[in-house]
Design a protein around this ligand. Structure first.
Ligand SMILES: NC(=O)c1ccc[n+]([C@@H]2O[C@H](COP(=O)([O-])OP(=O)(O)OC[C@H]3O[C@@H](n4cnc5c(N)ncnc54)[C@H](OP(=O)(O)O)[C@@H]3O)[C@@H](O)[C@H]2O)c1
Length: 329
């Protein structure tokens, strides 16, 4: 079996996690130009570089067109493995018989850590104090103690955010597509359905978005929802940029009514001249939620596990593709 790895992964490290009997050859391929170490036509598994569905050139990322072109050049491909959890735009590119897996399990904890970093910085006024320096701009900021935080998304990332929020003594309300009680942990968690979101945010100090980008979530945090947030509330986004309506958010930030702390934006990357960079009470990080050394270690392990599963005739983990055919190579 031949697997192409993006240059972000080290074949020797993947090989170290493979069982001794696994017969895997590696090529290095960032999907632009030719693969090194194999012909494209021989490749069975493609591990892609990070991808973007944005039309703005995004250095270091490949576009959907690059993935489509690679699949045409590598028609034996049975599995496309993404290094990200988000997979928007990719399932539509897959030929029949080729399945798609995401990187669930690799970056939820780190992304939740950044969500907390952004949240705490915003509700304690760090961007304001940094902007005001060296003025001693002493002022009272909301904090989290006794406050209400709504977490939109109760998947891998949302649940890790909830876990990390626990010691801050805030009231925390998770919201997902469907209402339910999650009884899997130490104590049951009431998850509200999307229909309860507008009411839930009405007394929230912060709304944290940990949603994927889908047709349903695009623009979900728009004029209506933002207008329901109380004055001074913070919008944190670690999901995908287009889930927030950027124009609607900018209007609220311009007026100084809301605050924002964003790891993901629309467009992405945010051009230097974009107004979001210059708005007060706004923190922006360049889509680095999952990007820590822990992510790389877990990703090498995941890729090795996937290759071993396929070689033993099993089904890869984290399948997100609509095609029912199993990968085998
Ligand atoms: N900033 C970063 O670096 C970074 C890193 C990792 C992930 N992400 C982003 O975070 C997203 C979420 O990751 P995850 O691992 O938590 O995904 P996940 O496990 O698939 O969970 C997704 C959550 O979103 C909810 N949801 C989906 N569509 C919805 C809708 N229309 N209305 C309300 N809720 C909806 C789901 O609700 P149900 O539970 O009811 O199905 C689920 O709770 C990823 O897709 C990715 O785009 C960003």
């Amino acid at each position: 079996m031949i697997a192409s790895l993006p240059s972000l992964l080290d074949p020797a490290l993947v090989a170290r996690f493979l069982p001794a009997e696994a017969a895997v050859r590696f090529a290095t391929w960032d999907l632009v130009g030719d693969p090194m170490g194999a012909d494209a036509g021989e490749i069975d598994v493609i591990v892609t570089p990070f991808h973007t569905s944005s039309l703005t050139p995004n250095p270091g990322y490949v576009g959907l067109a690059d993935i489509a072109a690679a699949l045409t050049r590598a028609p034996r491909t049975r599995l496309v493995q993404l290094p990200s959890i988000g997979y928007e735009g990719v399932p539509e590119l897959l030929p029949p018989g080729c399945v798609l897996a995401n990187a669930a399990g690799v970056m939820e904890g780190q992304t939740a850590e950044l969500a907390l970093t952004l949240l705490l910085a915003s509700v304690r006024g760090i961007p304001d104090f940094v902007d005001a320096a060296p003025k001693w701009a002493n002022s009272r900021m909301p904090g989290l103690l006794g406050r209400h935080v709504v977490v939109l998304g109760y998947g891998g990332v949302g649940r890790e955010i909830l876990r990390r929020l626990a010691p801050f003594d805030a009231r925390v309300t998770p919201v997902a597509r469907t209402a339910r009680v999650d009884a899997s942990g130490d104590r049951p968690v009431d998850v509200l359905g999307l229909d309860a979101l507008q009411d839930a945010v009405s007394d929230a100090t912060a709304l944290i978005c940990a949603l994927p980008l889908t047709d349903e979530t695009r623009g979900l945090i728009g004029v209506d929802l933002l207008s329901r947030l109380p004055d001074g509330a913070t919008v944190v986004n670690v999901g995908r940029g287009p889930v927030v309506d950027t124009s609607a958010l900018i209007a609220e930030l311009r007026s100084g009514r809301l605050r924002a702390a964003l790891d993901v934006t629309d467009p992405e990357p945010l051009p230097p001249e974009h107004e979001l960079w210059r708005l007060p009470q706004t923190l922006i990080t360049p889509h680095v939620g999952g990007n820590t050394p822990a992510m790389l270690g877990l990703l090498h392990r995941l890729v090795a596990d996937q290759l071993a599963l396929i070689q033993s005739g099993g089904k890869p983990r984290n399948l997100v593709d609509a095609h029912p055919t199993e990968a085998s190579a």
